[in-house]
Design a protein around this ligand. Structure first.
Ligand SMILES: C[S@@+](CC[C@H](N)C(=O)[O-])C[C@H]1O[C@@H](n2cnc3c(N)ncnc32)[C@H](O)[C@@H]1O
Length: 244
């Protein structure tokens, strides 16, 4: 058994390795240091500008490879992350944003805080289907009507690597794995299908601003086999009905 930052008991077998412990170790090893932002940040900035939105929440902001260019190009973001090490690294490299960082998950935010932009880049895939679905539902609850939900998550077309076991497979194609080796060993990670995203972000509540598309990264230059696919999408939460 281990205990996570909320003091909640987790069974390594039942829940998978605690994400906070895993990410703390990754950031101490230098994860993302010197890495460029993902090009999806340009889509986020373009969409935010076209709707005149600047204020938002970045869930799982990490040590800032995307948070910083988004913040330096017009967005005022709260950065939320369960890794204190990531946030300390971000604050050290950009002290001007230290006051906007919150350590924890959604429970660390005031219950009624809502935002014009909710951004999740490679974060809403932590856990099994039920867990990721409920975290996405909570993120949707944090979005104001007329706001933009910006999502980059694992896609089922990924060649999953390294060693892992499939723990869950849904009829719509979505599946979950538990990694058995590598930096994610012990973590439970979900892979989303197109149908699953369509159901989570369905009209009329959500309208696509950037319909889901695949961004594929070949691992070969890094000495590993196959490719890693991510969905990237932006949806707008329906604005309130105009007064009669
Ligand atoms: C794959 S990293 C991506 C970091 C950042 N979005 C980027 O692209 O550089 C996932 C991040 O999400 C954080 N994380 C995982 N689960 C979280 C949760 N429930 N709430 C907040 N942050 C979380 C991890 O600590 C980690 O920093």
């Amino acid at each position: 058994m281990l205990i996570n930052w909320r003091g909640k008991w987790l069974s390594r077998h039942d829940q998978g390795m605690d994400a906070e412990i895993s990410w703390e170790a990754e950031y101490r090893r230098g994860r993302y240091q010197g890495e460029p932002p993902v090009p999806f940040t340009d889509d986020i900035l373009r969409a935010a500008r076209s709707y005149g939105l600047t204020q938002g929440l970045y869930v799982g902001c990490g040590n800032g490879r995307n948070f910083l260019p988004l913040s330096r190009n017009g967005l005022t973001l709260t950065g939320l992350d369960i890794s204190g090490t990531a946030l300390a690294q971000l604050a050290a490299s950009a002290p001007e944003f230290a006051g906007r960082l919150v350590h924890g998950d959604f429970s660390a935010l005031a219950k009624d805080n809502t935002y014009d932009l909710v951004i999740g880049i490679q974060v809403f895939q932590h856990g099994d289907r039920a867990t990721t679905g409920s975290v996405i539902a909570e993120a949707q609850r944090r979005l104001r009507p007329g706001g933009l939900f910006c999502l980059r998550v694992n896609a089922v077309s990924t060649d999953v690597w390294p060693a892992h076991e499939i723990t869950e497979q849904a009829p719509d194609g979505g599946f979950t794995v538990r990694y058995l080796a590598g930096s994610k060993a012990g973590l439970i990670i979900h892979y989303f299908s197109a149908a699953e995203l369509d159901a989570l972000f369905s009209p009329p509540r959500f309208e696509p601003v950037l319909p889901p598309r695949i961004d594929q990264t070949w691992r070969q230059p890094l000495g590993a086999p196959g490719q890693w696919s991510q969905w990237e999408a932006i949806w707008r939460l329906s604005p309130p009905d105009p007064p009669l």
